[in-house]
Design a protein around this ligand. Structure first.
Ligand code: CP
Length: 314
């Protein structure tokens, strides 16, 4: 296992690391299915959750994961913290560091913030989404969800549709799924596709149209427009987007028979995906959320339970 003290990027993991995460998550998932959903694995460990951006799924699943592993959680409400008085990220971390936490779970609007923090703390740092950069635990839970149905990722066609340029989920998914050998088709408004594509990754291509992207696809990952990153400035109107980039039942019918539809959430019903698709048996959005707890338990365990007090790599 090449994992060090932090989980910042999917690119830091090997294929075998990803499979180790998934195998561990599968074991932890069993705890969530029990009547008493708690084990003493991380008793005595302290985890600080620092969310500089809103979150429903990631924040609550990390907190539940910490509780199920018996770790002590501290949730910093940024709007009521000294960040509002001008305290810098560095000073916030150095002060919290004095309280001897074992890990920081960090979501931040600046790409690279978790990496920066990992250089100034001895605690483990887990990236819960940074700017337009990465969202590694989302990718691990996406891979777990796909593997529960499909087993072999390397034979799959995966379509990722929407605001690719601003999506940290797209980036991490592209890195992770391509590492496991999937063929990836990305598609969206030209203005929301990365200018250079992913040229260094051979099994990623930009589809010429929605139909090409989803035809015979085994997995379709739909993304919302990242309005908090000015995504709406790159399209003429929401109506235009709906007309050309919404996944409809007709488009879905072009995919393979056993297609899985994923979405990291939050979903904008009838903008990027028809509301009628959301509760279908092909849609795994709520299974992704369920698996998010198991993956985050695995992540905390593998960084804090297995790994003992590494010095920061300054
Ligand atoms: N998938 C995801 O990151 O959702 P939240 O923003 O609600 O955490």
């Amino acid at each position: 296992m090449s994992l060090k003290k932090d989980l910042i990027s999917i690119k830091d993991l090997t294929k075998s690391d990803i499979y180790s995460f998934i195998e561990t998550a599968k074991e932890f998932k069993k705890i969530s299915l029990k009547d008493i959903k708690k084990v003493p694995t991380l008793r005595g460990k302290t985890v600080i959750n620092l969310f500089y951006e809103p979150s429903t799924r990631t924040r609550s699943s990390f907190e539940i994961a910490q509780k199920r592993l018996s770790a002590d959680s501290l949730n910093i409400a940024i709007s009521q913290s000294s960040v509002t008085k001008g305290e810098t990220l560095k000073d916030t971390i150095l002060n919290l560091e004095s309280m001897k936490p074992d890990a920081f779970v960090i979501r931040h609007h600046e790409s690279g913030a978790p990496y920066f923090i990992s250089k100034i703390t001895k605690a483990s740092v887990i990236n819960a989404g940074d700017g337009i950069n990465e969202h590694p635990t989302q990718t691990l839970l996406d891979i777990m969800t796909v593997m529960e149905e499909k087993k072999d990722i390397s034979s799959l066609k995966v379509a990722i549709i929407g605001d690719i340029s601003h999506s940290r989920v797209a980036r991490s998914d592209i890195f992770g799924l391509s590492m496991l050998g999937a063929d990836i088709y990305i598609y969206g408004p030209y203005s929301l596709l990365p200018v250079t594509g992913f040229k260094d990754i051979p099994n990623v291509r930009i589809a010429k149209g929605f139909k090409e992207a989803v035809k015979n696809a085994d997995v379709i990952i739909m993304l919302r427009i990242q309005k908090e990153r000015a995504g709406y400035h790159f399209i003429p109107s929401i109506e235009e987007y709906r007309n050309f980039f919404k996944l409809t039942p007709e488009l879905l019918s072009l995919a393979s028979k056993g297609v899985m539809v994923l979405h990291p959430g939050p979903v904008n019903r009838d903008v990027e995906i028809s509301g009628s698709i959301i509760n279908r048996d092909k849609t795994f959005i709520f299974k992704q959320v369920e698996n998010g707890i198991a993956v985050r338990m695995a992540c905390l365990y593998m960084l804090l339970g297995v790994q003992k007090s590494l010095e920061p790599d300054i």
